[in-house]
Design a binder for this molecule. Structure first.
Ligand code: SDX
Length: 425
């Protein structure tokens, strides 16, 4: 680590406190404040606006410039030249796979896609109208019951094997969540299909007819998974890391990430964007909703807009908008009213002083829902798709943390409650 230093002066503490400053390969430096507890003070940063919780080699975001790199490769290039499984390998192992490594990784994923037949029973307990994310949380956590005892998280090979299992089984479980809701039989994965094609087959195929998946939809689905694969220390990834720091098994850690992703401020936003577009209903009402989004007294926010890190276009939103154009055009739905309204809403918001001043741009969720709807995915499944795409990121961060010395994550607080008092006699 570098020799850069910071000095902190605190009223009531005589001497200034020297704090080491570390430089990354790129991006902001960090001030190591871990010694402050020894001086009887904590840092205070609700929402972790200015806090680096770890160091990582996996993903880099420059929010000001709208840059997103997976292991150094720009997301725009990966979206065009790579595919989801190759990106899974890249995130997990740090380099693009050779032809041999690709074949071995694809085979490993392929032969882990099936789930234990007992898991089919889990779904029988859910009401037909259970939200798919509620089911996904439960069944992914339930994988612990099948693999928890056969996993030594301190063994790097067993960690990678667990990572392959989780990446492989998520689409199967995701499709089962959908099938349960529509009352159709679960479909088994087909070993001769690609990852995204297999997912769409398990979603929309039935035992009554031979498999048929649109190559356009499969390609769009694969790119959507790829765009969601990782995003640095976002809320759900930080949740996975915190759960992992206690030594929990990876299935329980991924289930905690799914739970965190579900919120409308995070991965649930894509579902909320479609609901918002439906609520707006007509282009003539866009201005009314823009006003509401700017009204401090109105809890309404423009879903799919704004980001904690990006103060410029989310590069994924740009790719997603291109996919929207292509898919709607190829499916003959280029005049899709939702897409037309989204484009109009984006244009108006980007020209509005409030959004410009607060640097609120479309994020990954703004267009993803429109593409997913165009390929037949129901709104309630949008966040399940996000989770399926994000699994390689979650499990790569989990593995990265366990590959180095780590400590249990245990933040402190600014206490503002009662000082000690005695129980009434
Ligand atoms: C994802 O972290 C990640 O990397 C997440 C993610 C990933 O890949 O993992 O990128 C995925 O979660 C994308 C974000 C999806 N969420 C939404 O689209 C929901 C709508 N967006 C907002 O809720 C909000 O922008 C957040 C939650 C995304 C960011 O919230 P912050 O960083 O805490 O910012 P903030 O709420 O403090 O907002 C700053 C200001 C506020 O106004 P002031 O109090 O300063 O006057 O901007 C306003 C906010 O009111 N604002 C919005 C707004 N987003 C922020 N006003 C209207 N509409 C919005 N969408």
């Amino acid at each position: 680590m570098s020799e850069k230093k910071a000095q902190l002066r605190i009223d009531g503490i005589d001497d200034p406190i020297d704090l080491p400053v570390y430089e990354g390969t790129t991006g902001p430096d960090v001030v190591d404040v871990s010694s402050l507890v020894g001086h009887g003070v904590f840092t205070y940063d609700p929402g972790f606006m200015s806090t680096a919780a770890c160091d990582s080699d996996i993903t880099f975001i420059d929010g000001g410039k709208g840059i997103l790199l997976y292991r150094g490769y720009p997301i725009e290039q990966l979206a065009v030249k790579s595919n989801f499984l190759e990106v899974c390998y890249l995130l997990l192992h740090g380099e693009l796979p050779s032809a041999t490594e690709t074949k071995s990784f694809e085979n490993s994923i392929r032969y882990h896609t099936m789930v234990d037949e007992h898991i089919h029973q889990f779904f029988r307990g859910f009401p037909r109208n259970a939200h798919p994310m509620a089911m996904l949380c439960a069944v992914v956590g339930g994988l612990s019951a099948f693999y928890h005892d056969t996993l030594d998280i301190d063994d790097s090979e067993q960690r990678i094997s667990a990572a392959h299992r989780i990446i492989a089984k998520l689409p199967t479980l995701a499709a089962m969540c959908y099938k349960h809701g529509v009352g159709q039989p679960f479909m088994y994965p087909q070993n001769d299909m690609g990852f995204a094609e297999n997912f769409l087959h398990m979603m929309f195929g039935t035992p009554c007819e031979p498999p048929k998946v649109s190559p356009i939809a499969a390609k769009a689905m694969d790119t959507i998974f790829l765009l969601h694969a990782d995003h640095e220390q976002n809320a759900s990834t930080s949740t996975v890391r915190l759960a992992g720091s206690t030594g929990s098994n990876p299935y329980a850690c991924i289930a905690s990430g799914i739970a965190a992703l579900w919120g409308p401020a995070h991965g649930g936003a894509n579902e909320s964007v479609l609901k918002m577009l439906g609520e707006i209903g007509d282009e003539s009402r866009i201005d009314e909703f823009i006003l509401r989004a700017k009204d401090k007294d109105d809890p309404f926010r423009l879903m799919g807009f704004g980001h904690r890190v990006y103060k410029n276009f989310d590069p994924r939103a740009k790719v997603m908008r291109e996919i929207c154009d292509e898919v709607l055009d190829e499916l003959g739905a280029e005049d899709d009213p939702l897409f037309r309204m989204a484009r109009k809403l984006e244009k108006i918001a980007l020209e509005d002083e409030y959004f410009i001043e607060k640097k609120l741009y479309p994020n990954v969720d703004f267009y993803s829902g429109i593409v997913l709807k165009a390929i037949g995915i129901p709104t309630s499944m949008f966040t399940v798709i996000f989770a399926t795409g994000r699994v390689p990121g979650w499990i790569s961060h989990w593995n990265e943390m366990l590959s180095h010395p780590y400590r249990i994550g245990r933040p402190r607080q600014l206490y503002k409650g009662h000082t000690q008092r005695d129980y009434p006699a």
